[in-house]
Design a protein around this ligand. Structure first.
Ligand code: SAH
Length: 349
């Protein structure tokens, strides 16, 4: 057994990684190593989820946001962001269309929009659950109090996505204005877990100031939190933000990290994200082949798609939901995977 294989097998067996091994895996240019990393991660994913890929219908229901994150195109101080919010009826109509297309998870994502009070979110969630009791509802609407999270959960929400963005204090400061804090972000994730949600954390790959050391902290945080989902995708500059002229993250680094995360946390629900599909035409396929097992096609109405501009050049903004759904099925089939009609819950089997 060659040394590099031993090193990768050890990550897989111990479900842990040291800082030097991480640095090596992020920096090596040896094709043999990279292909062994990728194949090992895919083997682990196949053992848990087989050749199935779960789909989530993403509904970007508001781009109003009270926060001012330096990387994000819908930050409050971006005057060039054309603001919209969908009404409850519009959201329900996205769900109806999505259900017919075989989606059994709806992800409601948005900025932190004061219009969507806890009562409105609860009403929306309970309506969706009443109409589609066999579907999971995932919320991704930022930082709220324990009581709010509890209320959404009681209304029927199943899952919650809240990327921690970076687990390094100094790096967090570089990405966010001072009113936001890493400790608050982490506390939200612990709260969500305690309430009983399936929880997702995550980060952007290649965000300004990211280093091997900050990534090492991200992985340690994932190991500590043991989330059900981890969302990672490349950072992509949005021209109207303070980071508008920064370098984008790469597909290569994102794929390496997807594989490492799969080895560290075999059962995790791991999406090949839209951002990954944005920096490379086959980014999502490569993501699945590197160990991801979830894709999140867009269900938002075409009229608002290009307004939810977290970053520039986002793909699929002109396509109807049905086109995205069928396109995704075809893409997965091309690489030997099958999109399934299922909630796609976290599995310990
Ligand atoms: N308001 C919600 C949803 C945020 S948008 C929340 O706070 O969780 C979802 C994710 O998009 C963010 O967590 C961030 O990691 C990612 N994102 C934002 N701007 C981005 C950019 N310029 N490039 C890539 N990903 C970005």
């Amino acid at each position: 057994m060659t040394v590099y294989k031993d090193r990768i097998d050890t990550i897989r067996q111990q479900q842990n990684i040291d800082r030097d091994t991480l640095a090596w895996l992020l920096e090596t240019q040896e094709e043999e190593v990279l292909s062994y990393l990728k194949d090992s991660a895919r083997e682990v994913a196949d053992a848990v989820y087989g050749k199935q890929v779960f789909i989530r219908g993403l509904i970007e229901f508001t781009n109003y946001c009270r926060n001012d994150c330096y990387y994000c195109g819908i930050r409050r101080s971006n005057p060039d962001c054309d603001r919209y919010r969908l009404s409850q009826e519009e959201i329900l109509s996205c769900c109806r269309e999505g259900y017919e297309l075989g989606f059994r998870t709806f992800v409601l994502q948005g900025g932190e929009d004061g219009y969507y009070t806890d009562d409105r979110i609860c009403e929306l969630v309970s309506k969706i659950k009443e109409l589609y009791p066999d579907c999971a509802v995932t919320l991704s609407i930022g930082e709220k109090s324990f009581a709010s999270y509890q209320a959404f959960f009681d209304a029927g929400a199943d899952r919650y996505l809240l990327r921690h963005e970076t687990a390094d204090e100094a790096h967090y400061r570089k990405l966010h204005p001072k009113e936001l804090s890493l400790s608050k972000r982490k506390q939200c994730l612990w709260d969500l877990k305690e309430i009983g949600y399936q929880v997702g954390c995550g980060f952007m790959v290649g965000s300004p100031g990211q280093t091997v050391d900050t990534l090492y902290e991200d992985l340690q945080f994932i190991l500590e939190l043991q989330p059900h989902m981890v969302g990672i995708g490349p950072f992509i500059p949005q021209k109207d933000t303070p980071f508008g002229t920064e370098q984008a993250g790469t597909m290569d680094q994102t794929l390496r990290l997807l594989s490492i995360i799969r080895l560290l946390h075999p059962h995790v629900l791991l999406p090949a994200t839209t951002a990954l599909g944005t920096i490379h035409p086959l980014g999502r396929e490569r993501g699945i082949l590197a160990g991801a097992n979830v894709v999140m096609p867009n269900l938002s109405p075409v009229a608002v798609r290009d307004k939810y501009k977290l970053y520039d050049n986002k793909i699929c903004t002109g396509d109807e939901a049905a086109e995205c759904r069928h396109c995704m099925a075809g893409r997965m089939k091309n690489i030997g995977y099958e999109v399934v009609v299922a909630r796609g819950d976290y599995s310990l089997m």
